[in-house]
Structure formats: structure tokens, C-alpha cells
Design a protein around this ligand. Sequence first.
Ligand SMILES: Cc1cc2nc3c(=O)[nH]c(=O)nc-3n(C[C@H](O)[C@H](O)[C@H](O)COP(=O)(O)OP(=O)(O)OC[C@H]3O[C@@H](n4cnc5c(N)ncnc54)[C@H](O)[C@@H]3O)c2cc1C
Length: 468
Amino acid sequence: MLVGAGIVNLITAYYLTEAGYSITIYDASPDPRESQHWSRYGCTRGGGDARMFTLTEADNYNDKDFTGIAHFNNLFGSKVSESGWVICDINNISIPEQTWIHEYEAVPPWLANVYNDDILSFNHESHPLWEDLIENASELFQGVELREGIVRLYSDEAHYRQSIERHRKIQSLRRAFMPEELTEIYPALADACANGVVAGAMEVVGFTLNVHKFIAKLLARLEKVGVQCFWNQSITKIIRNHHGVVIGLESSNHTITADNYVISPGVYGSGFLRGTQTENKIQGVLGGWMLIPNLAPKLEHSLKIARKGHITEDANVTVATDSKGEEILIFGSGYGYTGLDPSNILPDDLEAMYCGIEDSIKRYFPAAYEAAKQSGLLEASRRYCVRPWTSTSLGVFEAIESTSDGKLIVTGGHNTGGFTQSPAIAKAVLAALRGELHPMHHLYHPNRFASFYSQVPRRQIIETPVAQ
Ligand SMILES: Cc1cc2nc3c(=O)[nH]c(=O)nc-3n(C[C@H](O)[C@H](O)[C@H](O)COP(=O)(O)OP(=O)(O)OC[C@H]3O[C@@H](n4cnc5c(N)ncnc54)[C@H](O)[C@@H]3O)c2cc1C
């Protein structure tokens, strides 16, 4: 039994059915193939119809050196409208939310570097798995605007230089170029270069697609091999015996049992994960979405924009089509901490995020900006979704014993990379169900940081990095 039909569990379902498991899926939201209002869905279906695979997608977001010591690990210290990451009412957050922020602040730079490498290792594991799916399950990728190769743009030259080294090191870099060369190869970026927001650019490993169309194909394939889906079915509780062994799950006052359970609830599981080690570890970081037309000269490759110091400093721009087949660019950008409640959003800070996205659209694609403003698309296409996020940026993988020698597995918290990492997560689930080991079982253990932190005296945590 799978709970949650976001991208993470749907890819897991695919791998499990291929391995011979029979599956039922329960999700609190409507069928993602129905056109219900976006706010009724989770992160994958509720956000824009675009996701990207890159080797750096699910990053670690702690500071990795002390260069900016005054602002060390301070993303959650101010509101979005003040260029920080908080979109909820920070003065009224609960104790688990305060703990989450304190944990974030306590991660020392050397450990952040270790975590970063561990996270990126699952992007590397996922890369050949995605390539294999694209080749051997090619019907899933028909009509989903699959675009190979990503162009990264940097507004700040020092950041660009650093990034070249980073991408070279992780074997992501294909080629690097200066703005003059860029406009020749990508005429669609001429306005951006002329507006002075491109100090350097590079092509990196990756791809993008229309994720809503992709999950519709995935669901059709799963149903074809016998997977049953139950929509609008909220699971409210994990039922355990007095030894802590899972007996079943509760939904609308009845108990559902299975041999094994895989739960991937995004940021919506806080109530029903009570009593697990994952409880309170996954909290929300919102991102906004907007659409513009892909005007001539058309952009052919999706982009990753880094605009240092801007209110929405990272943006993905995906070359895609809308539901009517019109060629569009989908902007996804911004970070806003909601805490445990994904609806805890201050309207003024959300507005500030949308304005930040609009400002980037205007600077990088001025003609499409004007067209989208005139047609009303810019305003009408505004939406947001909330990413499941942990204080360390590490994902979560928890396995609990269930009756009949089965398991209940919780996965989640993959911040900016749930799509990217989903094949590696599926492999880790499969390994756990077979009683085999996978590095994710340890590296994404929900108490990895807490057990480290509580065993090391606080003074030592603070002093170690200074001595390095
Ligand atoms: C602006 C933006 C851009 C992004 N771009 C990228 C990108 O390019 N690449 C990338 O890899 N990632 C990207 N991400 C992150 C990615 O979208 C998320 O990591 C991913 O969608 C999370 O998927 P999920 O399956 O974990 O959760 P969700 O999609 O939220 O799915 C969880 C599901 O569980 C269901 N559920 C929850 N609780 C219950 C319950 N009690 N009972 C039944 N069902 C329940 C929900 O209804 C939901 O359908 C982006 C995120 C944002 C905000």
C-alpha cells in the first residue's frame, strides 16, 4: 500500500510493479489527471507543470564556509519581503518549528559539506536510472516536452567562476561561455545579455519535462498493470500494537492493512506521521510559478538562473507546452518557509515573491513579459506549491517493522529535488523491502543529525569549524 501520489511515490510505484509487487495507492487529493483547482493538490501536481533533473538539484542549503560570518546559517532569520526565507508568521511558530530552525542554524560548515556530497550522490545514482527509463520506458516520455541539456545563467561573475569549478568537479559541466558567445548560440537570450543580467553561462547535464503530463502517463501505465488508486482518501493514523509494530493504517474510521506500506506525504504528513522518527522533521518551503509565451526567437533549452542578491535569486525556466499545446516558458522560483502548516502564508510576503519572479521575467524576457502582462497570462498563471524540506536538507528514509514480517517505510523531505532523486528513492525502498542495504537507509536516517548533535557537546560544534 502506498500513501501519497506525488512524483516520489509514483516513481516508487513504477519500480515496485516492475519488481512484481501488487500495489494500491491512497491519496488525500483528487486524481491528478482531473482539472481540479491547483490548491487541492500536493507539491508535484499543485505547482507548475515543469520539473528539471540536474546533478545539483537537491542541494544542501546550510552555509559551507564562514566567509559571511555575520549572516551564518541565517536564511530563516528574516521574511521574504526582506530578502529572507520566511513566509509564515515567525513570531507565532510552534516548538517543533523553532527546533527545526535551531537545527538548521546549528549545522557546521564541514558537516554541511558532508551532507551536500551525500545528497548529490543520490542525484548521481538517479542519473543513469532516468536515462534507462527514457530509453526503456520511452512511452512515458512521449508528448511530455522532454528537453535534453540545461543552460545555467549567472548574474555575478565571481559566482559564475566558482560554479564552473563546482560543475566540473561533479562532472556536470558540458561547456562554459561568455555572454557574447551565448547570444550567438541562444538568440532567445539576447535581451537578457543586453540587460546586463548575464555575467556568464554554461551548459550542464540535465533534462526537463512537463511533470503533470508525465504523471498522467505514469498513472495510466500503473493502472494498466493492475494498480488500484483511491483518490480523496486521507490516511489519518498509523496503528501499532504495544510493541510498536505497525498493524495497519486508519482512514475514515476504518483500518486498511497490507503486507508493506510506503508513505511519501510531501509536507502534508505532520499529523499522521505522529510517533515516527520522521515526525516534525519535514516542514514546508514554498515556491512560486508563472508562465509567459515562448516568443520568437524561441528558447530551445531550459534554463537555471542564478541572480545573486535578488529576492528570488534562483529560478528554473522550463521550455514547455500548456494544456492547449501552446509553447510557453514556465518560471519556478522563490523560497518561503511555512513551518509544519503549508497554508501558513503571509499574503504580503507571497506578493513580494511573485513581484520578484515578475522582475526576473522582465529582465530576462522583456518582450514575453509585456505580452504576458497584456494578455493577463502573467497574473492568471500565478500559483505556488510547498516543497517538503528538512533542517539539514537531507531527505528522510525511515523503516518500521509491520506485522507479517513486512515494513512501513517513510520517504520524503527532498527539498528542491524530489523529482530528480525519485529513482534512487525507489531503489532504496525496493532494497528495504527485500531486506537488502542501500546507502539511503543510513544517509537519510531521520535522526542522523539529531543523534550526532546530541552526542557532541555544543561548544565543540561551534569551535571545530573555526579551528579549520
Ligand atoms: C518552484 C519549485 C520548483 C521545483 N523544481 C524542481 C525541479 O526542477 N526538480 C526537482 O527535482 N524538484 C523540484 N522541486 C521540488 C519537487 O517539486 C518536490 O520535491 C516534489 O514535488 C515533492 O514530491 P512528493 O511526492 O514528495 O510530495 P507531493 O507532490 O506533495 O505529494 C505528496 C502526496 O501525498 C498526499 N498525502 C499527504 N498526506 C496524506 C494523507 N494523510 N493521506 C493520503 N494522502 C496524503 C498528498 O495529497 C500529495 O498528493 C520544485 C519545487 C518547487 C516549489
